[in-house]
Design a protein around this ligand. Sequence first.
Ligand code: NCD
Length: 306
Amino acid sequence: MRHLMSPLDFSVEELDQLLDLANDIEKHPDKYAHACNGKKLATLFYEPSTRTRLSFEAAMMNLGGNIFGFSSAASSSAAKGESVSDTIRMISCYADICAMRHPKEGAPMVASAVSSIPVINAGDGGHQHPTQTLTDLLTIRSLKGRLNHLVIGLCGDLKFGRTVHSLVRALARYENVTFVFISPEELKIPSYIKEDVLESRHIPYREVERIEDVMPELDILYMTRVQRERFFNEEDYVRLKDFYILNNKKMKLAKEDMIVMHPLPRVNEISVEVDKDPRAAYFRQVQYGVYVRMALILTLLEVKVC
Ligand code: NCD
């Protein structure tokens, strides 16, 4: 039985197969409409979510399966003091697979150690968000046609943004990917990522503060929200929240075929005027998230569709 804690749990070859499956689902959704008949997905969300939880639920429904779960710690027995380990032992009796989001780093890993069903990490604190990364990889491969030979700018809260942490790990495995980290001093990418993931493998990266300086060289601009819930004080958040606002004027500096991605939710970091730009890919990204989660559920449940 397999779980998904980090995007690196899949080899590059396995990832290719998963993304191929997602592309086939996109082309032939009817073929998969009953693939999970009678199966149940539990969504255990101890932290707020719109897209991740609903896209998991939509994915399972598109496969003909059933769903149940909770969307906040307050509405589960966590409020009574039940541990994650006890909850997952019990959920294992009800469901065939589960997706868990938790504010504490490592909580889904703890669950996977005692679970008798596959556990998917749907975001653990400021650590990792592997299914957003699968979504991002499918989006990049579908819209740019490749996962190698890319210059990607990651902008915003690179310190607390778990989607960035997972995406950098995943893209670092492909040839000739250059990372440009765009953030204020206080929200820089953690040094463990620079040292363990990039420097140890001689992968090129740069750190800059001004988005305008690097815009013309980017193939992808990955914008992120300042993660208010992970700040220790509100004052710092207020000072940093509007540090970057992508607008049409800045988009003029970019390549004709650059794409703008964002895991969403957006707050102020992308002005709504950019939504009409054909290079804005963040809503298409949401659709890819459903296909890739369908592919992931089929893979972890070992369901084959001919
Ligand atoms: C992200 C998350 O939860 O980390 N959202 C998502 O799942 N698409 C990004 C964020 O909350 O900023």
